[in-house]
Each structure stands twice: as structure tokens, then as C-alpha cells.
Design a protein around this ligand. Structure first.
Ligand code: B3K
Ligand code: ZN
Length: 896
């Protein structure tokens, strides 16, 4: 907590550490109210640095003892100021012995060492290790750790840390100990310990090389019936990394531990991954298909970090995307490979792009916009963003698109050959990709240094006599805070051309050399560039940015008929879906403007009839009907086509965001589609009913997804027949996916007994925290919910801001997932939001700062709303004891 202005840290100021650390020995005496930590750090001066002071960081800890080479240091021997402890002109070889005391039971920030439900956990990334001891807590200081844990045997029968268990035994007074040694050197952010009353599912697993390893999934008592999927996902991850990248698990033991209080998804601590329960626990009764898929992805993600992040780590936190973008790319590819089919891969790709557009595009256009490799930050925890992660993954994917799968693999191999055991920078990764493939990737660097979402506008000229097509691509990128001028990016644009029957035209490579292909990757490197195609005997319809080959906005003036044509014929499944989204977005924007006009003209009652006029044209309905009934298409794909762009996505397309008009328009379109397609929807619902025992595989979950999106459309009709259908599904479901979808349909309707359904659900799952989270979310995002209803829910016995999952389930879900209620014209949503941010600020700054981002886009709203949002932001800015985390977010919001 602070009162003065926190300093900004700049990437350009990077300096090598003054001392390197060889070994770290730690002893913990764990008690919740006072834990004692003794640390011995063996260090030596870094030849690469001219500094001679030892620099250590510490935060919110009590310093009990400090010895240098056996001699106690007194206050006059060092300087301790603002969390930095500096020992001037220390010897070349220095061994420090430090004793600190902490209060894990009072640690609500969930950084450093804390207690959750009576058990001890740590979270050290990014800068949490300094809440345990004084240390050169920066990722380019890598050392070998040995850890001795001591605790009460009854309350803490399990004692875990990184690496291998080398010794354990009894101590007096009912205490015991365990000693762990990590054979690999690592940065302090990968340190972890877990101590408590836990149980595990374990298996021995044979690696491709023949070596046997021990795999464990640790959970609280009573949860062993929910660990199988995480264990299966872990084994699949290990196998996949061997096969796809030739990377083997380097430890003899790999542990996953689930904890209910956790700031994010999971953490890749060496050999001891700590997970939010949400990404471990699953069985059909409590977890949805999406939960199952997320668990697989997150288990994979953390496991893959063992090479991309742990063996090769980041030089400094500005390089975060080096490990995060790469590891997200790896987990996306893993999930796609696990589905296996071509159409399944497309579904996964669409899901990932939807996240990018829904969350990253707005970030890139708002006050917190930053490059994939940021130039500055105030609080690093604020930069674990969709830009660093998801856009970072797109940047990595572009290497693969440009170099091919084999070329990408060569680049990865060279990266590890060069940098294993090192802390490096994004430029080193790019250099490995370039050198392994003898390619010039200089210009590609701009993806790391320039923020903002590029736009690529395409025009096509067809010459019937010459049988040639010219595609002209123009790129631009809007200014972002601190970056007004942008230079052209190196953009891979995958394209195809369709003939009148919808078949792919074989494209000759430029200059006529090489084999023809139906998709070509154009490399756009200039501001404007024209590409020529010859031997094209009819005017084609272009299929542009196939597979979403670059994180850009692609503009082309398609007619409605061309979009319907692409929807029906494009061989690129991504673009078939994309065409439907474009068509839907067009209708949604027309409808939104119609609502605004009708409202302005005072035709409040006439809005419906104005909308009906707008919808006279049936291009969208017809196209959706065709897709919906096309049995050759995967159910999962049909579900995606049927899902309209979200209110947030529509908002991003508007000059001035009008949340109420968007909501009215989108709801109207959903209802109209439900009316027009009712009999088709009912037939599809029946055909895709889940039968038999639950299985979370892609094919069955795709069917459930289609069935449930259909149910949600039917629910728009809000009649008794539909209420009965939803009630029946709710009563008969043998899995959480169907159960929750049915309950959502009821909650959003005017069904008489919906309160009973919610109450029954609560009673049945009262002891399952993750399900109660869903129960809160359902209500927070329901159309019938307003700020008063959410405020009432904050008073519910089961609600607490202290648990991040619970806070997210209600508060975040409402503020980010229910735009029309949150943006109530009287500003009550914003007032509620600022209260919650301020309350969270003093409990958990990291989580508070995430919530503080809900008003990022405030300048895009109508002046009346803007004024109320600004006031709410200002209220937070003026609050006492603002954390660095929250201060950075609101200061930037108010400034831009
Ligand atoms: N590396 C962690 C994130 C740590 C967040 C710190 N505020 C999880 C992950 O990306 O795998
Ligand atoms: Zn990660």
C-alpha cells in the first residue's frame, strides 16, 4: 500500500544483476500466525556488471537476522529503503544468511506464502518471493535450491517443494520435516512450497525414453473423485511434448496441487505446479464440457512451461511473452491435436480467435494498450494480459505460418540448443527462428514493439480478357497511448479464390514456379502491396485471411450474397464461420442504429415494428438455416455459426457505444431467428439430445453445445412449451453441461418457478464451491438481473470478496458480462463497481486491478454515461491507500 506516486519501470533501463547466485538453502518453520524462514544464499559478483553492491528485495516481511560471510550485519552496514536492501561494496564471494518472519494467515493478497483453508501455499510469480525472504528476486538470477520444511504433523501431514524429496523424518513436539532438492537451477519466481492436509492420486508413467516418472495430483480430502481428468491431461501433455517437439520431462516426479484460493488459473513452479481448483477438479456432476476442455488446456499449458519458461526463462519481465505467448501457442496446438479432426481443429481455432477479438482487440484499442513486449510498467502483475498471452500466441503462430511446421520446429530446436538454462529475450527467440531457416525476420520485430491492432484493407481487380486477378492490400495501425506513428508490419495473409461453384481455384505461385496450391500465404510487408494471380478464367470470390493467419482486422467490401456464398462453400472452415459472423454483425449494427433512431424519434413503442422492417431481408436467416441443417458439418461448428457476435464485439464496431440499443437489437435478432427457425431448432434439439453416460470428448461435447445453443434460442420465445422443455432438461440431465444450460434458459425466462429451480440447484451443490460459483455467475449475467439484484447477492451467506473465484463469479461476471445492466443509464452499475474495486483493493490488489479494468473503454460511450464513468474512476483514484496495481490502471484510464 502506498500514498506517493509509484515509479514507472522501463525496459530500456535493464541492467545485468550485480551478483549471481549459485545455491539457495532454505528452512521453513511453518505456523499460520508466524512462520520463520532461514535462507542461505551463496553468491558471487557478476563479471557482466560494474556494480559492487548486493541488491535484495523484500516486502511486508520482518527482518530478524542478516549475516554476510558469517558476520552479523547491523543497520549501519546496509541500506533498507522502499523494499530494497543494499549492501555496499560486498566481497567478490558473498554468503548471506537471512532470517525473516511472516504471517501467512493474514496474507489476503495470495502472493508469497499464504494460508488457504488451513493449508500453506506459495505464489511467487512475478515478484512474490520477496514476500518470503530478501532476495535478488528477478528472473535472470537463477540458482539451485534446497528446501527444508518443518511443520506440525497432524495439521500438515504433507510437505512439498520443488524437485526431489531427499529426506524426511520426525521432530519433537509432534512436528516433522521433509527436505527437497531441485536439481535444476531456476529463477526465484518458480520456487514453491505446499504444506497441509492433502491427498493425492498418483501414477507411475513411462516416458518414451523408457524412464519411469511419478505423477501426482494433490487435492483436499473428499476430492479424489475429481482428479482423473487432470491426470489424463497431464499424461497426454507429456506424450504430446515428446512427439511434437521432442521435449522430455526432465524430473523424476511431477506434482499438481489444487487450491481454492488462487489469483489466476495456475502456476508452473518447477515440478510442483499449483492450480486453481477450477482447472483441476472435474467429474460429470460438477464440471461442464468447457471446464473439461479448460482443464486439459491449463494442465498442458503449465506442463509445457517446463521447457518454455522454466528451462529457458525470461531475462526480465518485459520479455514475459517469450514464455507466455509461446506456451499459449503450444497449449492451443495441443488441444487441437487432442481433438484430432480437421474440423475439430477449426472449432478450436475459432474459439481462440473469439477470445482474442472479445478481449484483446478492445485492450489494444484502449488506455492500457501495450506491445506484446511492453516498454514500461508500474506493476508487472497488470501485464499478465490478453495482449502478452493471446496476441503473443498469435505472434508465435505467425512464425509457424511463415516458416511452415518443419521450419518452426527447426527454430524451436535451435532455440533450446542455444539457450537451455538461460534467461533470454524475445529477440533471441526471433533470432533462432530466423537463423534456423535462413530467413530475414527483422521487420517481424515490429509485432513485439508496436501496440494496436493492424487493419488490412483489401481490394480486388479482375481482368476477364487477361484472366488475371490483382489483390491490393493496404495496412494501417491506429495510434495507441505513447505510440502515434506505426511502421508497416510483416503480415502473413493466407488467401484462396473461389470459382462460381464455390470450388477452390488452384493458384500458381508468383512467377509460375513451384506447385500450385489452393491457399497461398501472401507476405504483406509494405503499406500498400499488390499481388497478381494469372490463369483465372472467371471472376472469383476471395477468401481472405484464411485460418485467421494474422491478428488483424481484415476489411473487404463483400456483398451479402458473397458472404452467404462463402458461408456455404469456403473450404476454409474458419472463413466459412467468419462469413456468417460478418453477415450477422452487419444486421446487428443496422438493427442497433434502427433502435437508436426509433428512440430518438420518440417511437418507443414502435421500435419492434421498425426492427421488423429492417429484418425484411432474410439472407441471414436463410444462410443460418442451411448451416444448421447441414449434417455434414460438425455440431460444434454449427453451434459456433449460430452464436451471434457478443454485445462487447458489437460495441467495438460502434463509433459511440450505446449498450442499451445494442442489447435490444441483439435480443431482437435472437428472438426473430428463434421464431423463423423454430421448427428447425426443435428438430435439431431432438437429434442432438445426449444419451447414455457422459463423456467429455469433442464429438459428444459438440452435440451438447449445439443442443444447448438451440435451447437458448428457443428460450427467447419464453412460452410455456419452452419452459417445460428447459425444466425437463434440468430435471433429467446426468451432467453439469446440460443441467446448467437448462437452468440458464430458465433463469433468463419468465418461467414461474425459476426461483425454485435456482434454490434447488443451490441446495444440491452447496458443498461444491466451483458449482456455487456457477450459480452466482448465472444470476450475475441473467438478462433479468439488475445492479440491485447483484448487490443483494453480495449479502448472500456464501459470498465473499476474499476468494478470487467467488469475487469473479459474481462481481466480474456482472461488470464484464452483463453490459446492459452494468451500464444502467443512472450510473448505478458504476457506483457499485467503484465500491467493489475499493473494497478489493485492500484485500487483494491484483484481483482489484483486474476489476478496475472494466471501464477501460469509457471514452467510447455517450457523454452522459462517460461523465458517470469518469466520476466512478475518479472516486477510486481518490481512495486512500490505493495499491500500485489499482493506481496504475485508473491513472491510465483517466489519462487516455
Ligand atoms: N505464469 C503464471 C502466471 C503468473 C501470474 C502472476 N501475476 C501462469 C501461467 O501463465 O501459466
Ligand atoms: Zn503461462
Amino acid at each position: 500500500m502506498r500514498t506517493d506516486t509509484p515509479p514507472t519501470i522501463y525496459r530500456k533501463d535493464y541492467a545485468a544483476p550485480s551478483y549471481l547466485v549459485d545455491t539457495v538453502d532454505m528452512g521453513f518453520d511453518l505456523t499460520p500466525a508466524r512462520t520463520l524462514v532461514a535462507t542461505r544464499i551463496v553468491m558471487r559478483r557478476n563479471p557482466a556488471s560494474s556494480e559492487q553492491d548486493i541488491v535484495l528485495y523484500g516486502e511486508e516481511i520482518e527482518l530478524l537476522q542478516l549475516r554476510l560471510n558469517g558476520k552479523t550485519l547491523h543497520a549501519r552496514d546496509y541500506r533498507l529503503d522502499g523494499g530494497i536492501l543494499r549492501i555496499p561494496r560486498a566481497p567478490q564471494d558473498s554468503t548471506l544468511e537471512i532470517e525473516t518472519a511472516l504471517r501467512p494467515d493474514h496474507n489476503t493478497s495470495l502472493m508469497g506464502l499464504y494460508v488457504s483453508n488451513g493449508n500453506f501455499f506459495t505464489q511467487c510469480e512475478a515478484e512474490g518471493f520477496r514476500k518470503i525472504t530478501y532476495f535478488p528476486d528477478r528472473p535472470d538470477v537463477m540458482a539451485r535450491y534446497t528446501v527444508m520444511l518443518r511443520a506440525d504433523k497432524k495439521t500438515c501431514p504433507v510437505l512439498l517443494s520443488n524437485g526431489n524429496l531427499i529426506e524426511q523424518g520426525e521432530l519433537p513436539d509432534g512436528r516433522h520435516y521433509a527436505k527437497w532438492e531441485d536439481p535444476f537451477k531456476k529463477p526465484s519466481y518458480l520456487f514453491a512450497l505446499v504444506a497441509g492436509n492433502l491427498v493425492c492420486q498418483e501414477e507411475s508413467f513411462r516416458l518414451k525414453s523408457g524412464r519411469e516418472v511419478l505423477l501426482q495430483v494433490w487435492v483436499e480430502h473428499g476430492n479424489l473423485d475429481k482428479t482423473q481428468h487432470a491426470m489424463d491431461s497431464l499424461k497426454n501433455s507429456i506424450r504430446w511434448d515428446e512427439e511434437r517437439f521432442g521435449l522430455e520431462l526432465d524430473l523424476d516426479r511431477f506434482m499438481i496441487v489444487a487450491v481454492g484460493d488462487f489469483n489466476m488459473g495456475a502456476m508452473e513452479n518447477k515440478g510442483l505446479n499449483i492450480f486453481n481448483t477450477k482447472f483441476v477438479l472435474a467429474n460429470p456432476r460438477i464440471a461442464t464440457d468447457i471446464d473439461y476442455a479448460n482443464i486439459e488446456a491449463v494442465v498442458g499449458h503449465e506442463y509445457f512451461h517446463n521447457w518454455t519458461g522454466n528451462r529457458v526463462t525470461c531475462r526480465d519481465w518485459f520479455q514475459l511473452s517469450l514464455k507466455e505467448g509461446l506456451t499459449v501457442f503450444r497449449d492451443q496446438e495441443f488441444s487441437a491435436d487432442m481433438i484430432g479432426t480437421e474440423s475439430g481443429r477449426a472449432v478450436k481455432r475459432i474459439d481462440d480467435v473469439r477470445v482474442l477479438r472479445q478481449a484483446q482487440f478492445p485492450e489494444d484499442a484502449g488506455p492500457m494498450a501495450h506491445p506484446v513486449r511492453p516498454d514500461s510498467f508500474v506493476e508487472i502483475n497488470n501485464f499478465y494480459t490478453v495482449t502478452v498471452y493471446e496476441k503473443g500466441a498469435e505472434v508465435v503462430r505467425m512464425y509457424q505460418t511463415l516458416l511452415g511446421r518443419d521450419g518452426f520446429r527447426k527454430g524451436m530446436d535451435l532455440y533450446f540448443a542455444r539457450h537451455d538454462g538461460q534467461a533470454v529475450a524475445c529477440d533471441d527467440f526471433r533470432a533462432a527462428m530466423a537463423d534456423a531457416n535462413q530467413r530475414d525476420l527483422q521487420q517481424f520485430e515490429r509485432w513485439y514493439s508496436q501496440a494496436g491492432t493492424p487493419r488490412v484493407a483489401v481490394t480486388m481487380a479482375y481482368d476477364a480478357a487477361a484472366k488475371t486477378v490483382e489483390l491490393t492490400l493496404r495496412q494501417s495501425c491506429p495510434p495507441t497511448p505513447g505510440q502515434t506513428e506505426k511502421l508497416p508490419f510483416h503480415i502473413p495473409v493466407a488467401i484462396g479464390l473461389l470459382d462460381a461453384k464455390g470450388r477452390d481455384i488452384v493458384l500458381q505461385a508468383e512467377g509460375g514456379k513451384g506447385k500450385g496450391a489452393i491457399t497461398r500465404v501472401l507476405e504483406l510487408t509494405q503499406a500498400v502491396q499488390t499481388f497478381h494471380f494469372s490463369g483465372i478464367s472467371e471472376r472469383p470470390v476471395p477468401s481472405l485471411l484464411r485460418g485467421f493467419s494474422a491478428p488483424v482486422v481484415l476489411e473487404y467490401s463483400y456483398s451479402d450474397a458473397e458472404l452467404a456464398f462463402l458461408m456455404a462453400h469456403d473450404s476454409d472452415a474458419f472463413n466459412r464461420w467468419e462469413a456468417g459472423q460478418r453477415l450477422a454483425m452487419r444486421r446487428l449494427l443496422t438493427l442497433t442504429h434502427a433502435v437508436q433512431e426509433a428512440r430518438q424519434a420518440g417511437h418507443v413503442v414502435a421500435v419492434e415494428s421498425v426492427l421488423n422492417n429492417v429484418l425484411q431481408d432474410t439472407a441471414l436467416t436463410d444462410a443460418l438455416r442451411i448451416t444448421l441443417n447441414d449434417k455434414k458439418l460438425d455440431p460444434a461448428f454449427r453451434e459456433l455459426v449460430l452464436t451471434l457476435p457478443s454485445e462487447t464485439m458489437i460495441a467495438e464496431q460502434m463509433e459511440v457505444i450505446d449498450p442499451q440499443a445494442i442489447h435490444t437489437a441483439r435480443q431482437f435478432l435472437r428472438r426473430s431467428l428463434a421464431q423463423a427457425l423454430r421448427s428447425d431448432l426443435e428438430a435439431i434439439y431432438k437429434a442432438n439430445r445426449s444419451k447414455g453416460p457422459y463423456h467429455p470428448d469433442a464429438a459428444s461435447s459438440g452435440k451438447r453445445a449445439l443442443q444447448n445453443v438451440v435451447l437458448s434460442y428457443l428460450a427467447e420465445l419464453d412460452d410455456e412449451a419452452v419452459h417445460a422443455l428447459a425444466q425437463k432438461q434440468c430435471d433429467n440431465a446426468n451432467n453439469m453441461t446440460d443441467r446448467l444450460a437448462a437452468l440458464a434458459a430458465l433463469t433468463n425466462s419468465h418461467a414461474e418457478d425459476k426461483q425454485d429451480a435456482l434454490a434447488d440447484f443451490y441446495a444440491e451443490f452447496e458443498d461444491e464451491a466451483l458449482v456455487i460459483d456457477k450459480w452466482f455467475t448465472l444470476q450475475a449475467t441473467a438478462r433479468t438481473t439488475d445492479v440491485d439484484a447483484v448487490r443483494a447477492l453480495t449479502q448472500h451467506l456464501a459470498f465473499t470478496l476474499k476468494n478470487p473465484n467467488r469475487a469473479r463469479s459474481l462481481i466480474f461476471s456482472f461488470c464484464n458480462g452483463n453490459p446492459s445492466a452494468f451500464h444502467a443509464t443512472d450510473g448505478s452499475g458504476y457506483a457499485f463497481w467503484s465500491e467493489q474495486v475499493i473494497a478489493l483493493n485492500s484485500i487483494n490488489p491484483q484481483v482489484a486491478a483486474r476489476l478496475a479494468r472494466s471501464l477501460d473503454r469509457w471514452r467510447k460511450y455517450a457523454p452522459a454515461l462517460q461523465e458517470k464513468m469518469r466520476a466512478a474512476l475518479q472516486k477510486i483514484a481518490d481512495a486512500p491507500n490505493l495499491s500500485r496495481d489499482v493506481a496504475e490502471v485508473v491513472t491510465k484510464s483517466l489519462a487516455h
